[in-house]
Every structure is written in C-alpha cells, then in structure tokens.
Design a protein around this ligand. Structure first.
Ligand code: AKG
Length: 236
C-alpha cells in the first residue's frame, strides 16, 4: 500500500509478528488516570513549563505489545552531507485528517482525555519505537506551525524508562526525566520554542515506545525525509 503523508510517499507493508521478552506482557488492561492525580507542574523558566505525571497510564504491558504489532513502522532518513542518514528509531505517524481510526482504542481515549484537559484538539500522534539503547533522538524542538506560539505537546511513554533531557536552546544545563512505564510529560508555554530535548543513546536498554500527541504540526516536519518500512524486530 502507498500512502501520502504531507507530500512524502511512504511504502507501507504489514509487519510480521515480533517476539519480545515475555516478561513485558502483563494481562491487565491499561488504565488512564483521568483525574491527573499525580500531575506536577515544573516551571523551566518564566515562560516555559512541563507537566509531569509519573505512571499516568497503568498496566501498559499488553498495550506495548499491541502497538508493536498493530502499527506499521518505518525508519526515516534525511539527506545530509551527501549521504542518507537513518534516524535511529522507528516511527509510525497518525493524523486526524487521514480519517483512519486511532488505534489501539485506548490511544484514542488518551487523545480525548488530553484534548479536554488542555482545551485543544490533538490532531496527530507520533508513535516512536526505541528498540534498544542504540536508538535515540538528537537535540531538537518539535516543528509546530509558527502561528502557534506556545504549543502543547504531550508525551506518554511505555516500556523501559529512558532518560529524556531538556536544555535551553543552544546549550546549558540539562533537566533530566526518566520516562517509561506509563509516565506523562507535557511541554507547554515556550518550552518547544526556547528549549530543546533529546533521548540519548545508552549502552543497554530494553524497548520503549513514546506517543507524542501534537496539535498543528508543521507539514514541513516531514519534508525531505524518506521513509523505509522496517520490521520492529530488526535493527537497521
Ligand atoms: O521519545 C521521546 O520521549 C521524545 C520524542 C521526541 O522528542 C520527538 O519525537 O520529537
């Protein structure tokens, strides 16, 4: 199947079954803390904040497996310095505009609960799969349309916790979170504009998935990127 994502052609094939560590799979259904009971707001500077709610989504082991199995995963690459550089993680985007249902269904529930709390409509979800410690994302700020001066981006992380770093744009001391196991981190105010974030490589780590709920993503965020379908069990 070929589908178009903001002008980029994507070859998509169904993914084969993946065998993960059996210890990852619990039997319980995931549950959202709809009251945000553990949420704490942390002010990074006068205009930038994050909301942090550890364990906002509980019992996510089965969900982890479902997401790996049900999403179509690709590895993006970008042309840099005369060569194609592969992004060291797998991704699978969903857009409200596509008309496709957001699945697994608990992810749609999360989207609705988060949209109600932050009083806007999250219209895209980026699924990111870090297969092990070699996968990472470099320092960046998310590409949200520039007319949205203070975008809100929500990350829900499941699987093995990984270090998530935030630092003032251009450098400075990092603020460190460990995100996995259903943790919620929301960036708001000027955080996406004045700060940057990364998930660095580590020597050893089990798999982790982050779900990035965004509104008003810049269509150019996909421009210039090639995507190659990849089985989540392989490391390219
Ligand atoms: O996986 C994460 O926690 C960060 C994801 C991220 O920064 C991104 O996809 O832009």
């Amino acid at each position: 199947m070929i589908c178009g994502l903001y002008g980029v052609e994507t070859n998509v094939t169904p993914q084969p079954d993946i065998i993960w560590q059996p210890s990852l799979f619990g039997d319980e259904d995931p549950a959202i803390d709809r009251a945000f009971t553990k949420l704490e707001r942390i002010q990074l500077d006068e205009q930038s904040w994050v909301d942090h709610a550890p364990g906002w989504l509980s019992s996510a082991d089965k969900l982890f497996h479902e997401i790996v199995e049900s999403r179509e995963w690709s590895q993006r690459s970008r042309h840099m310095y005369d060569r194609e550089v592969l992004e060291p993680r797998l991704t699978s985007p969903w857009f409200l505009d596509s008309g496709e249902p957001l699945e697994p269904v608990i992810v749609e529930e999360m989207r609705l609960v988060l949209s109600a709390r932050y009083e806007l409509e999250f219209d895209s979800v980026g699924f990111n799969l870090y297969r092990d410690g070699r996968d990472s994302v470099a320092w960046h700020g998310d590409r949200i349309r520039k007319e949205i001066e203070q975008p809100i981006v929500v990350l829900v992380s499941i699987g093995e916790p990984r270090r998530f770093l935030l630092r003032p744009r251009g450098g400075g001391k990092s603020t460190v979170f460990k995100l996995g196991d259903g943790d919620l981190l929301v960036t708001g105010g000027m955080t996406q504009r004045s700060w940057e974030h990364s998930v660095p490589k580590v020597k050893k780590a089990g798999p982790r998935i982050s779900l990035a709920f965004r509104h008003g993503m810049d269509p150019k965020a996909y421009a210039g990127k090639k995507v190659t379908p990849v089985s989540p069990g392989s490391h390219g």
